[in-house]
Write a protein that binds this ligand. Structure first.
Ligand code: NAD
Ligand code: MG
Length: 400
């Protein structure tokens, strides 16, 4: 494996922590150059001290003071950079070879795009960046010659099952011989909950995923299956695949992480434990395979693998996502933004679980009346994102 100096954006999150775990297993080749956090500043200080990070990025001057106060006096203080622009600048820093884009939400888009523009190896966990700006992002990767490694487990699985002729590039056309992408979904914690109980589910129930341990926002997205919808859009962009060639298959065990179906009738699947260190290690080591700390999958103990059709009536967010992808880029921006607002309100117990889908649908309806914009630039995407958030916030107050 070639030597890499890694910038982990969102290092205090679930993906960030798993990334540092994998990096620590390869001290000869992998080192941490920069880390960022938004709220858990004391955890960031502990991470920076443990990894010897040269740079940390925090959101405010107040967070900078908190970082200083939490810093162990015996060690040299890392450079502390402040603000959203510092995230993008550090992603493009000449000292950095590899960027883990693991900030949650569209807030991670500018820094992920900056990493792509600077031609880095980009390990993309932040799916919202592709949902909001897939065309722009993939074009940027192609033009800069960046290496793009999908970290979302389904897309990492598909990447592993694709013909590997092109390396970690950003294809503009579907791979030859591929008929369909089969995205697996666990169905989340409410796959068989009585429908009349759904309005009363609590944030903690929604965040209790049966198979994966993740941040709270993506956990709620998994419960509503909006996460799978975002992943359909993500797969469309990553693999240049038309929407009618992407199928969602519910697979409650979460051992088959996704599949690629070929013209000759073959289906290739990638299996493994539901542990994000596998796709992270794949992205860091590519094209080599490196140790991740993940145990082997005991197939005989598992015994069976089940597959079911997704239930669009139980999971209206999945249908809304397919509709948005067919409608176009602006609808995808609105879908993502409205979801971020609605999930945040649900986590703060301001709206009910079942109101998340209603807020998204109402926001998409309102946005449908707006004149189409080209969305060729980051500024245009961010302006539409902000407008959608404004509408979604109003709808949450009205409870859609
Ligand atoms: P998390 O909530 O655990 O962590 C989010 C990180 O982003 C934290 O470090 C936080 O400080 C930072 N952050 C939050 N808001 C920010 C802002 N406005 N500006 C800058 N930084 C901010 O989330 P996670 O579960 O690690 O997920 C991160 C991303 O990876 C998401 O886009 C998610 O969809 C994707 N992803 C996660 C998993 C998983 O297993 N957790 C799997 C696939 C994809
Ligand atoms: Mg996923």
């Amino acid at each position: 494996m070639k030597e890499q100096r890694v910038c982990v954006l969102g290092s205090t999150g679930s993906i960030g922590v798993n990334t540092l775990d994998v990096i620590a297993r390869h001290p000869d080749t992998l080192s941490v150059y920069a880390l960022s956090a938004h709220s858990r500043i004391e955890q960031l200080a502990a991470q920076a001290a443990a990894t010897g990070a040269k740079v940390v990025i925090v959101p405010t001057d107040q967070a900078r003071s908190r970082f200083r106060n939490a810093w162990p006096g015996s060690l040299p203080l890392p450079e502390i950079r402040v603000g959203a622009q510092a995230l993008a600048d550090t992603a493009a820093d000449p000292q950095v070879t590899t960027v883990m884009a693991a900030i949650v939400g569209a807030a991670g888009l500018p820094s992920a795009l900056a990493a792509a523009r600077a031609g880095k190896r980009v390990l993309l966990a932040n799916k919202e960046a592709l949902v909001a700006a897939g065309g722009l992002f993939m074009r940027t990767v192609r033009e800069s010659g960046a290496e793009l490694l999908p970290i979302d487990s389904e897309h990492n699985a598909i990447f592993q099952c694709m013909p590997q002729s092109g390396g970690a590039h950003a294809p503009a056309t579907p791979a030859k011989g591929v008929r369909r992408l089969l995205l697996t979904a666990s169905g989340g914690p409410f796959r068989s909950t009585a429908l009349d109980q759904l309005p009363d589910v609590t944030p903690d129930q929604a965040c209790a995923h049966p198979n994966w341990s993740m941040g709270r926002k993506i956990s709620v997205d998994s419960a509503t299956m909006l996460n799978k919808g975002l992943e359909v859009i993500e797969a469309h962009w990553l693999f240049a695949m038309p929407v009618n060639q992407i199928q969602v298959v519910v697979h409650p065990q979460s051992m088959v992480h996704s599949m690629v179906e070929y013209e000759d009738g073959s289906i290739l699947a990638q299996l493994g434990q539901p542990d994000m260190r596998t796709p992270i290690a794949y992205g860091l080591g590519f094209p080599e395979r490196i140790a991740s700390g993940v145990g082997l999958l005991a197939l005989t103990a598992l015994g069976r693998l089940d597959f079911e059709e997704p239930d669009f009536a139980r999971f209206p967010c999945l249908r809304l996502s397919f509709d948005a992808l067919e409608t176009g880029q602006a609808a995808c921006v609105a879908l993502n933004a409205a979801n971020e607002i609605a999930v945040d309100c649900f986590l703060k117990q301001q709206i009910r679980y079942t109101e998340i889908a209603r807020v998204i649908e109402a926001c998409l309806d309102r946005m449908a009346g707006l004149p189409a914009t080209s969305l060729d630039s980051l500024d245009e995407v961010l302006a539409l994102d902000a407008h959608s958030r404004h509408i979604a916030s109003e709808l949450c107050l009205l409870k859609a």
